[in-house]
Design a protein. Structure first.
Lengths: 296, 277
């Protein structure tokens, strides 16, 4: 009898303890995503009341909205540049930093520092460094006899600069994740390889790489997802320009929803982004399942 | 150690020094520029160190913009959300790890799936709801949804993973001694979870201190701005006053850097332990 009432108490308190987080999930995550999906089939805006238009928004987006394709192309350009630089540099640094040399922690701290600061501050400083008229980069270019390059006002250079600045900001994050993965590789494997006369490159190819490849793939997917949502650095450094050369998807969603107040169509574009992210997340889950199984 | 090994080590140190200095250079340039008068900023050849350093910019940020308000708003919003998220995450994490009730694990998995919902998508309906409630241009949308949303779920996950490693006997002993579930949680479990909660707090505070999208869409009144939006909007003005802006950026970044250098192991461990799980 007493056991039964204790059991009931635990059930009641168990639910009570998760009540705030479940409410938060319902009100601020599940509710909005369902509502956004419904809105994406309407022409709701500041001008129009909510009125359903079927799949018109999706048809408009995919067949007659050149801006969407521009922003999609720019976003993919950003990802294609940022993700490989970030992953390769992070991996190289992790390989150097995993050695137990005196003072190595200082380097880890230094490289991780940009991760802590806000994208806004980081972008402001780099915008200043890449300023056309008297920014540090151009001062150095002048010192070597060159002429000023309009880094942030050029169809060619602006996106590469944004890519570089973004990759540097978060390289420390992935480096730390790779360091964690490298620590799980048993040192005895390397000793055995050394005895067998394997070169360091061979040991990297045949031991390190296969053992940390799950970490590399998962980190890559997380980084891709993050890169598809690029916004803050574009807002601060370029405002999508010059022309539309850095006009990315989230910037387009922001302009549609919160500058033109076209809530319906903005939701449609947001959902197209969400579908892409969902697809990548499913790939990630599948790979993770496979690897967890493989590790067991 | 043979010669080849030493040469190799020198190369490693050299490479790491170059990379580290490169990563820290923007901070150096931010601080030194903030100590220059505007006339010296674009000087050719570049002035590497301010000569002499000018502190006027640091006084000007408080008179030429409502910097004090930006700073205060950032601090109090980040502190409230961090405290709230910590409490919500601790309660849920404890419940998911230690209490037995129907549908516990399915509920947990459903909540976890919420973490992949992009805020860029949910922001649109939330904005329309907040404006119905008359909460646009207030701090409520910057506090309530983040406190109970994806950040809290991430926190609950970390706390749960932590409590799973604590033996059940502790919980049972407290129960036999007549502790109510709330007492057990408050006096036995919560003190134990301090390391996990420190990780959660660091991530939450950092995330909120740096948040840009939410204040950008919700706030119109300058006095309500937080630091990131206050700073960002200065860059879009024509004719940016760089030393002033970089002085403001320095003050906005300093608290973060101090906390980071003091607790950097906590940051790094937090990421290696949670980054891939």
């Amino acid at each position: 009898m007493r056991i039964g009432s204790l059991r009931r108490t635990e059930i009641v308190y168990g639910y009570a303890f998760i009540l705030p987080i479940v409410l938060g999930f319902a009100l601020f995550l599940l509710g909005p995503i369902v509502y956004a999906f419904i809105m994406s089939f309407s022409n709701w805006s500041l001008m129009n009341d909510l009125e359903f238009v079927g799949a018109d928004n999706y048809i408009r987006a995919l067949t007659e909205d050149p801006v969407l394709w521009t922003t999609l192309r720019n976003t993919l350009y950003f990802s294609a540049g940022m993700v490989p630089i970030n992953i390769v540099v992070a991996l190289l640094l992790a390989l150097l930093l995993r050695r137990k040399l005196p003072g190595i922690g200082l380097f880890r701290t230094a490289i991780f520092t940009p991760v802590v600061v806000s994208f806004v501050v980081w972008s402001i400083v780099w915008k200043f460094i890449f300023a056309t008229d008297g920014g540090l980069v151009n001062l150095l270019v002048r010192q070597f006899g060159g002429t000023d390059i309009p880094w942030l006002y050029s169809m060619t250079w602006t996106m590469p600069v944004v890519i570089l600045v973004s990759a540097l900001k978060n390289v420390g994050m992935n480096m730390v994740i790779f360091l964690g993965a490298l620590q799980t590789v048993p040192t005895s494997y390397y000793e055995a390889a050394k005895i067998d006369g394997a070169s360091p490159w061979k040991a990297f190819r045949s031991i390190t790489l296969p053992l940390i490849s799950p970490a590399i793939f998962l980190t890559t997917i997380i980084t891709i997802i993050g890169s598809l949502k690029v916004f803050g650095q574009v807002y601060v450094m370029t405002q999508g320009g010059p022309g539309t050369s850095t006009y990315v998807m989230v910037y387009y969603i922001y302009r549609l929803a919160f500058r033109s107040f076209e809530f319906g169509y903005a939701s449609t574009i947001a959902f197209i982004l969400f579908f892409i992210i969902l697809l990548l997340t499913i790939v990630q889950w599948q790979l993770r399942r496979k690897w967890v199984h493989y590790e067991q | 150690m043979n010669n080849k090994g030493i040469v190799g080590q020198i190369w490693i140190y050299a490479g790491l020094t170059v990379v580290s200095l490169g990563m820290l250079f923007p901070f150096f340039w931010m601080v030194t520029t903030s100590l220059k008068p505007e006339s010296a900023v674009f000087q050719f050849p570049p002035q590497w160190l301010p000569n002499p350093p000018v502190w006027q910019n640091y006084a000007d940020i408080f008179t030429k913009m409502p910097f004090g308000s930006y700073f205060f708003n950032s601090v109090y919003i980040a502190v409230i959300v961090t405290a709230g998220t910590g409490l919500v995450a601790a309660m849920a994490g404890y419940s998911f790890a230690k209490m037995q009730y129907p549908l516990r694990n399915p509920i947990f998995l459903i909540l976890l799936s919420g973490m992949m919902i992009p805020t860029e998508v949910t922001a649109i309906p939330l904005f329309t709801w907040m404006s119905e409630l008359g909460w646009v241009d207030t701090h409520i949308p910057l506090i309530l949804p983040p406190m109970l949303g994806a950040g809290a779920i991430f926190g609950a996950f970390i706390v749960r993973q932590f409590f799973i490693t604590i033996p059940d006997e502790l919980d049972e002993a407290a129960k036999l001694d007549g502790c109510s579930p709330i007492q057990t949680f408050r006096y036995i479990m919560l003190p134990l979870a301090v390391p996990a909660l420190a990780t959660v707090s660091i991530f939450t505070f950092l995330d909120r201190w740096n948040e840009f999208f939410d204040p950008l869409i919700y706030l119109n009144t300058k006095e309500l701005f937080t630091l990131p939006i206050g700073l960002a909007l200065l860059t879009t003005d024509a004719g940016v006053d760089w030393p002033l802006l970089l002085a403001a950026s320095t003050v906005a970044t300093l608290p973060l850097l101090i906390v980071f250098f003091m607790a950097q192991n906590k940051f790094v461990e937090g990421i290696s332990n949670t980054g891939l799980k």
